[in-house]
Write a protein that binds this ligand. Sequence first.
Ligand SMILES: [Fe+2]
Length: 230
Amino acid sequence: MALLSHVTRKTLTESLRLGLKSHVRGLQTFTLPDLPYDYGALEPAISGEIMQLHHQKHHQTYITNYNKALEQLDQAINKGDASAVVKLQSAIKFNGGGHVNHSIFWKNLTPVSEGGGEPPHASLGWAIDTNFGSIEALIQKMNAEGAALQGSGWVWLGVDKESKKLVVETTANQDPLVTKGPNLVPLLGIDVWEHAYYLQYKNVRPDYLKNIWKVINWKYAGQVYQKECP
Ligand SMILES: [Fe+2]
């Protein structure tokens, strides 16, 4: 009887363990989000060819590699392999960051016919004037910092959810904005990797930065700001 109880308990524990593992793995699997507009809808600011490649190939690759790394992490944790857990951190940061950043980027853009490029109103408009002087001054600052960023990375407009101040930051590679401060929430991120502009703008990153403002979705940025600073 004692042996039977032991076996039953062990089986139950095993089932629970497997169920939990499957649940955790289910939560950790990510898929490519749909774009809220057609690939060609941002032309002429950003070509349909760039948008399609950027979304279907680049973003998808970050997701595929992120899922792979998370599965390996799950296995390493289950095996108690501390060294493998540590080794996976850079792949998780790079590919997970790539997924997080691009998911925001698609929402930061919208066709001109849907309000792309229309300056922010309400509280975000006031906050930009207070923090940077004007929307033009903010754009100039982000373009200058984006153009000066060496190699690949992102230029961000964020809000510090504690101090409620707006900040402009750059991050290298696929580092998300939160790596520059735990209270920073991204309102607007501009991808300055060559894959975001090279097919259309060649090596002239400043022209890409100049034109992207024509399709920026300030409405979305305003909604995120409103949520953080009601
Ligand atoms: Fe990108």
